[in-house]
Design a protein around this ligand. Structure first.
Ligand code: HEC
Ligand code: HEC
Length: 286
């Protein structure tokens, strides 16, 4: 009798433990938003000023992208009501991120913000990002107006309807999703006459200049001579999360390694599965 009771009790206990671990797995919106923002999505790699009087103030904006054909400043996306986005509704923020449309209308949000990639952001992940944005300390910081010396498109595509989550069980599809919201594809796809050449997705070649000198986006396709074809999974994951290449060389910015080190093992595996699924392109970039 006693033994039976004990068995029942231990079953109950283990059920409680299992219950709590499945609760931990079903993360809250804010937990998901924190994971994305401090990891793969890395909005702060553009929106948190790396220098100047607002240095390190999270998402306070002002970093200048001065390149042809634009001079633009990362916006202040802290909850300050006057100089940030504190007065915007959740829907307005989500529309700005995924469609480049601001609440007041006017011109769309321009490059280098990767709106074309963010169109893929699922409704849940977009809401998770907003939940995180609401928790950042507000910073009063007026950021200058941008100058675009090219016409911007009137919009980035038709209005978005519902954007469902991509199932994690489909590793390649989920990896592609991550490569879009982490804008790996934006940096690593070659440009052809001012447009990304998606017939060679991931083939590299874009040039980035900065205080570190010049770096050229690597060829991530499975070509065995000029891409990642001969790399092990562990080597690819180390390059993404630690910024160390195949041959031990430390990789240069602007790839945001400080954020990417927080990408989970499961997500790194999905990224690798996606990169291995790309069409191999022979393109020597170094
Ligand atoms: C590669 C750099 C880059 C990344 C990454 C980036 N942004 Fe931006 N963002 C910008 C720039 C530059 C502007 C200003 C563009 C303009 O003037 O049209 C901007 C504008 C915005 C605006 C408009 C704010 C306003 O007051 O008009 C919002 C909102 C925004 N970004 C949110 C985000 C969020 C959220 C993320 C991550 C999901 C993100 N951005 C990622 C560069 C970036
Ligand atoms: C802002 C642009 C940018 C973003 C975003 C970016 N990368 Fe990179 N990446 C680069 C550049 C530039 C290099 C080359 C750096 C160097 O050679 O020092 C690079 C290098 C790499 C390498 C090393 C390849 C080699 O041959 O050494 C891998 C792997 C890689 N990126 C994968 C990714 C993945 C996966 C993502 C998204 C999770 C990503 N990158 C996001 C710009 C970017």
């Amino acid at each position: 009798m006693k033994i039976v009771k004990r068995t029942v009790l231990s079953c109950l206990l283990s059920a409680t433990v299992m219950g709590s671990s499945s609760v931990a797995f079903a993360e809250t919106l804010l937990e998901r938003g924190t994971y994305l923002m401090r990891g793969i999505v890395a909005c702060g790699s553009c929106h948190t000023p790396p220098a100047g009087p607002f240095k390190g103030k999270e998402l306070a904006g002002g970093f200048v992208f001065d390149e042809e054909p634009f001079t633009t400043y990362a916006a202040n996306i802290t909850p300050d009501r006057e100089t940030g986005i504190g007065a915007w509704s959740d829907e307005e923020i989500i529309r700005a991120i995924r469609e480049g449309i601001r609440p007041g209308g006017g011109r769309v949000i321009g490059p280098p913000m990767p709106i074309g990639m963010y169109r893929s952001l699922s409704d849940r992940d977009a809401r998770a990002i907003v939940a995180y944005l609401r928790t950042v300390p507000p910073v009063r910081h007026e950021v200058p107006e941008a100058v675009y010396r090219i016409p911007l498109p009137p919009r980035y595509g038709p209005p978005l309807g519902e954007v469902p989550d991509v199932p994690r069980s489909d590793k390649v599809a989920y990896g592609e999703y991550l490569a879009r919201i982490g804008h790996c594809i934006e940096c690593h796809t070659p440009m052809d006459r001012g447009r990304r050449d998606f017939s060679r997705t991931g083939a590299g070649g874009q040039v980035f200049e900065g205080p570190w000198g010049v770096s050229v986006a690597a060829n991530l396709t499975p070509d065995s001579e000029t891409g990642l074809g001969a790399w092990s999974d562990a080597e690819i994951k180390r390059a993404i999360s630690e910024g160390i290449s195949h041959d031990g060389r430390k990789l240069n910015p602007p790839m945001p390694f400080g954020y990417f080190r927080n990408i989970s093992e499961e997500d790194l595996d999905a990224l690798v599965a996606y990169l291995r699924s790309l069409k191999p392109v022979h393109n020597r970039v170094q």
